[in-house]
Design a protein around this ligand. Structure first.
Ligand code: SF4
Length: 637
């Protein structure tokens, strides 16, 4: 690792003209080829953490490298990792809730007793969560530090809360979790321990946390805990955080779950009844006043929450649960759909029907949420052709039409109950060619207003007993689509991402479509080639049609109120109050999208506009003439 880093430094000092991402890739490959045991020891993503670690913790070694400030600035720019992570204009942070029983037990769903249902302890976000006791404050702090170490701006943060089914957790826990998320983004407390350190060999090494002076004596979790106090609290409760201790503690329960003698929910109830977790859980409660106080603080803090995403199931989406999610500050809901075929849903023991899924869509859209669904191919009982038909229904039938889709194949993991069907020859993974063909067909069927955000689940190959292990599945699909890119309309493949854009090269297009209960207008700024620089989702609700679909009144606003469900402008993240030349976020694209949406709503006879603003964007909408009004901000038309 050090040799590779010093070669990069030497090239920067020599003012080499060839230093770019391609050059860096070649250098990394060359260093790996040179290793004697053919083990990969240099990884691009580890170079920057390694450099920062040496600079902070091994000053003699760092000084021997003789790096002046200019060289360091160039080095950091070059090593900035994963530009996509903030290319959409926002730094995304995924946090995981604690293990908890799920009120369903779907056949394909992993049963890792160390995790909330459906997640695996080998997934990167899950490893971070475990290392931080699933504490939202510690998870966000650790991720902010890692992103900033990688050179990303973190002024605008989207928080994604994953783990089992949100609505299954007690409401007091939900309030506490969200209060702590907002506190972590809003206060200036640094993070001083975490899994992101890279040792000299390039391996990820958990760093020792700083213990509270005098040892871990703090037993009460408080609403103003520092990172060290909060960490000491979990330590004092006796909750382990090292992977070895966690694996040892879970071993017997996991064996029983895999053997089918204990269910995941029973195992998790046992875990939550242990003295350690009972003690920790006592402090995991908060009031609405506390949540709202931290919302308020975030409106003026250095970092703002520009999106809060919550994951739940369609059968738990009701007007009441939607109101609670909105009150928490949620702007987008991730919902596991998996299939619209009632026979496939039943075969996989999903406790939901196609009709109930349609109701959930109507409720979420009535409340203005962005609807992000999970959809699976290759489920038990399906076929490649049936999957294609099912997906076409999802993206074109007015009862559904999601805004975003996580589209991924079912894979077999050892802890899932699908193992038995596999053993009996009732389920088999699609061949690679069949799978890519389905995903190509689905991508081409996706309309201009839908974004395919992912094509695989982040499950490590060693956990997959059967099914796709290729992490570059999406690239394989794109390669097959290469000659048909002109036909692709879905959002992600058209995003300008981090590219600069000139306002003069953009035109405003409107794609309109009907759903059951609303007329939707998708306004998009596009280049002549169809690349997308920003968009707005305008929803014009019909209260009677919504009521007919849901079976009860469900509109959270007064009649004749239109709803802006999303405004998104691409471009590299520029700091709040600063301007980056050419960056789309500062070309006034958002403001003109809002004005066009207001014009369309006025013409359609609506008297006011609501916007489902996130907490951190409320000040922006006030400058556009919106006023705070309960769950939304409103503007007369
Ligand atoms: S509802 Fe979701 S988390 Fe619960 S068992 Fe089904 S897939 Fe797993």
């Amino acid at each position: 690792m050090e040799d590779a880093l010093l070669e990069i430094v030497a090239a920067i000092k020599a003012h080499s003209q060839t230093i770019d991402a391609v050059w860096l890739d070649k250098l990394v490959r060359r260093h790996n080829r040179a290793t004697h045991d053919a083990q990969r020891t240099v990884a691009k993503r580890r170079l920057l953490p390694f450099y920062l670690d040496v600079r902070q913790n091994d000053p003699d070694r760092w000084q021997s490298w003789d790096i002046d400030p200019d060289t360091e600035a160039q080095l950091l720019r070059l090593l900035k990792m994963k530009p996509r992570r903030t290319a959409s204009g926002v730094a995304t942070i995924t946090v995981i809730t604690k293990p908890w029983p799920c009120s369903s037990d779907c056949l394909y769903c992993p049963n890792d007793v160390r995790m909330p249902k459906s997640y695996l302890s080998s997934e990167p976000a899950c490893q971070r969560a475990e290392h931080n006791f699933f504490d939202p404050y510690l998870q966000v702090k650790s991720r902010l530090r890692a992103l900033e170490q990688m050179g990303h701006v973190t002024d605008k943060v989207e928080l994604i809360v994953l783990g089992g089914t949100w609505s299954d957790y007690p409401e007091a826990y939900q309030r506490w979790f969200v209060r702590e998320l907002f506190r972590a983004v809003s206060d200036d407390e640094p993070y001083d321990g975490g899994p992101e350190r890279i040792d000299a060999s390039g391996a990820i090494a958990p760093s020792p946390r700083q213990a509270t002076p005098g040892g871990p004596t703090c037993l009460q979790m408080g609403p103003h805990d520092t990172v060290a106090q909060r960490t000491a609290c979990y330590d004092a409760c006796g909750i382990p955080s090292s992977p070895e201790a966690l694996a040892a503690a879970a071993k017997a329960r996991q064996r029983e779950v895999n053997a089918g003698t204990l269910s995941y929910s029973q195992a998790t109830r046992q875990l939550m009844r242990t003295a350690s977790w009972q003690q920790a859980s006592e402090g995991q409660v908060a009031t609405w006043d506390e949540v709202e106080a931290w919302h308020h603080a975030n409106e003026t803090s250095r970092r703002r929450v520009v999106g809060l995403v919550i994951e739940t199931r369609p059968d738990l989406v009701t007007p009441d649960s939607a109101r609670t999610m909105r009150r928490l500050g949620c702007t987008k809901v991730q919902m596991g759909i998996q299939s619209l075929d009632d026979a496939v849903l039943a075969a996989n023991e999903r406790l939901v029907s196609r009709q109930r899924i349609a109701q959930a869509f109507a409720v979420l859209r009535a409340f203005g949420f962005k609807v992000h669904v999970h959809f699976m191919v290759n489920l038990l009982g399906s076929t490649p052709e049936a999957d294609k038909t099912d997906y076409l229904q999802l993206v074109t039938n007015p009862h559904f039409c999601p805004d975003e889709v996580k589209l991924y194949p079912c894979v077999l993991v050892e802890s899932s109950r699908l193992m038995r069907a596999y053993g009996q020859g009732l389920w088999r993974p699609y061949e690679e060619d069949e799978l890519v063909d389905v995903l190509v067909c689905d991508t081409l069927a996706t309309p201009a207003y839908t974004r395919i955000s992912r094509m695989i689940r982040d499950i490590s190959a060693c956990d997959i007993v059967a099914g796709n292990k290729k992490t570059n599945l999406r690239q394989m699909v794109e390669a097959r689509l290469a000659k048909r890119m002109g036909e692709v309309r879905e959002i992600r493949l058209r995003e300008i991402a981090g590219q600069d854009v000139r306002r003069d090269d953009l035109r405003l297009e409107c794609v309109s479509y009907d759903t059951c209960g609303t007329r939707e207008h998708f306004l998009q700024w596009v280049t002549d080639e169809g690349r997308i620089a920003g968009f707005c989702r305008l929803s014009l609700p019909d209260p009677d049609a919504l009521q007919a679909c849901v079976g009860q009144p469900c509109l959270p606003t007064a009649p004749h109120t239109a709803m802006i469900r999303e405004v998104h402008v691409y471009g590299r993240v520029s700091g709040l109050g600063t301007s980056e030349q050419g960056a789309a976020q500062h070309a006034g694209l958002g403001r003109s999208l809002v004005e066009e949406a207001c014009r369309l709503a006025r013409e359609a006879g609506y008297g006011q506009m609501a916007v489902i603003s996130s907490v951190g964007t409320r000040p922006y909408y006030r400058t556009l003439g919106f006023v705070d009004a309960g769950l939304y901000q409103l503007r007369n038309l």
